[in-house]
Design a protein. Structure first.
Ligand code: ATP
Ligand code: MG
Length: 205
């Protein structure tokens, strides 16, 4: 059934996900592979509505479990209505963030029990998982510096530094727990160096 490959790109804010995904999509196009690009939360009509609730700075009082379930609701919509149909048709799918981000942000950042997140992930995803996850790893400081120039911050970006340190550390521990799927890439170097590491990982797919 699944003919295409599913690649996810994750990491803290400013790690370079969007920049590298642009280049990944060009690379796949050059190889004659048709790509569907998407992002989380969002990526579908319903998902983008959920995204605006999640990122709205007015929703400061949102309960962490609500945030977690909205993330998975958006993800379910994306998987069922976009990712699976595309993979079945033979498209490759590249997603800016995926389930690992729920462990990192709601587990690490918000300090929800990782086992509860796992239960929810099993419930929503079953055996469905990416073929390859590129974890772009930079220090929180470097990531923040890179996005400093950007305009207004969203609800999650308003968190303090310690929140993002916890996010990064859960990402790193997941890459150690699932070394076959999650490839940790040092994203502190140049855009081109990072992309060439990514391309060799994609080649092996
Ligand atoms: N390797 C790099 N070295 C220096 N600057 C970079 C590098 N990669 C990306 N940048 C720059 O850093 C900024 C953030 O990059 P980008 O938007 O790709 O990150 P992101 O991970 O998608 O961020 P966000 O989590 O906010 O979506 C951009 O201005 C980009 O041009
Ligand atoms: Mg981005």
């Amino acid at each position: 059934m699944r003919k295409g490959k599913f690649i996810t790109v994750d990491g803290v804010e400013g790690a370079g996900k969007s920049t590298q995904i642009d280049l990944i999509c060009s690379y796949l196009h050059e190889k004659g592979i048709e790509v569907v690009r998407t992002r989380e939360p969002g990526g579908t009509e319903v998902g983008e509505k959920i995204r605006s609730v999640l990122l709205d700075v007015e929703n400061q009082e949102m309960h962490s479990d609500t945030e977690l379930m909205l993330m998975f609701s958006s993800r379910n919509e994306l998987i069922q209505n976009k990712i699976i149909p595309a993979l079945n048709e033979g498209f490759w799918v590249v997603s800016d963030r995926f389930t690992d981000a729920s462990f990192a942000y709601q587990g690490g950042g918000r300090m929800l029990d990782l086992n509860r997140i796992s239960e929810l992930a099993d419930w929503v995803l079953g055996d469905f998982k990416p073929d390859l996850t590129l974890l772009l790893d930079v220090s929180v400081e470097v990531g923040m510096q890179r996005i400093e120039a950007r305009a207004a911050k969203d609800r999650i970006e308003l968190e303090e530094r310690a929140f993002f340190e916890r996010v990064r550390s859960v990402f790193i521990s997941r890459s150690e727990a699932f070394p076959e799927r999650i490839k940790l890439i040092d994203a502190s170097g140049s855009v081109d160096d990072i992309q060439s590491k990514i391309r060799s990982l994609i080649d092996s797919l």
